[in-house]
Design a protein around this ligand. Structure first.
Ligand code: FMN
Length: 199
């Protein structure tokens, strides 16, 4: 049975990747949780500020006591939403490190992005991580993406109504993609059960 089928009814994991205590992308992660609540979709917030994660060295880091729990959360997720700052026309180093630490647990997951940026010109910033997730782990990238700059937030740093609407659309698209992929996986398994894998 593929991981997609095993994950039926599992939570959407929202990973908040900014390490800034006054993070705007964190408010996007919280808004995504509210949107998933409204859809009746189980979800969990993983805030990287709350985890003592080592820098990936490809070896001893995997023995760190935080690695097992966070890897289990990724593996158990029906879909993953990455809420990240834009740094240097890319996502931040913390999310790249998180992916390096949790690796194969991302296999075949639907993954969506919500980004907070300083300006409008870094719109393509998630593309490098999206590509690596597709090539390394066969992730399915949600074909909708939330990009927000300071002007999209209220003075109290909350997402504007328009931005909250875009977050809701992403949450819906992620849950729909997860459901569609589970359906595909169940058909694949049905064919395998009938010894009929080529139809
Ligand atoms: C080191 C660093 C690099 C940044 N690079 C970019 C960038 O390339 N493009 C951009 O639009 N904003 C850039 N910014 C601005 C951040 O994206 C912006 O402050 C955003 O709100 C950060 O997300 P956060 O509030 O969730 O931490 C950069 C900020 C920092 C600290």
């Amino acid at each position: 049975m593929s991981s997609l089928e095993v994950n039926a009814g599992a939570p959407v994991l929202v990973v908040s990747c900014s390490l800034n205590p006054a993070s705007r992308s964190h408010t996007l992660a919280v808004a995504a949780g509210k949107a998933l609540d409204a859809l009746g979709a189980p979800h969990e917030l993983l805030d990287l500020r709350e985890w003592d994660l080592p820098i990936c060295d490809g070896k001893a880091c995997y023995d760190h006591p935080s690695i097992g729990p966070v890897t289990d959360k990724v593996a158990a997720a029906a879909a993953i939403l990455i809420a990240s700052p834009v740094y240097n026309y890319d996502l931040n180093a913390a999310v790249k490190n998180f992916v390096e630490l949790t690796g194969q647990a991302w296999g075949e997951k639907p993954v969506g992005f919500l980004c907070a940026a300083g300006g409008e010109r870094s719109y393509m910033s998630p593309i490098a991580l999206a590509n690596s997730l597709m090539f390394d782990f066969r992730c399915h990238i949600v074909p909708r993406y939330v990009y927000a700059t300071k002007d999209d937030f209220t003075a109290a740093r909350a997402p504007s109504a328009e931005l909250a609407g875009r977050v809701r659309q992403l949450a819906l698209a992620a849950t729909e993609l997860a459901a569609a992929l589970r359906w595909v996986a169940s058909r694949r398994n049905g064919r395998a059960g009938r010894g009929d894998e080529r139809d």
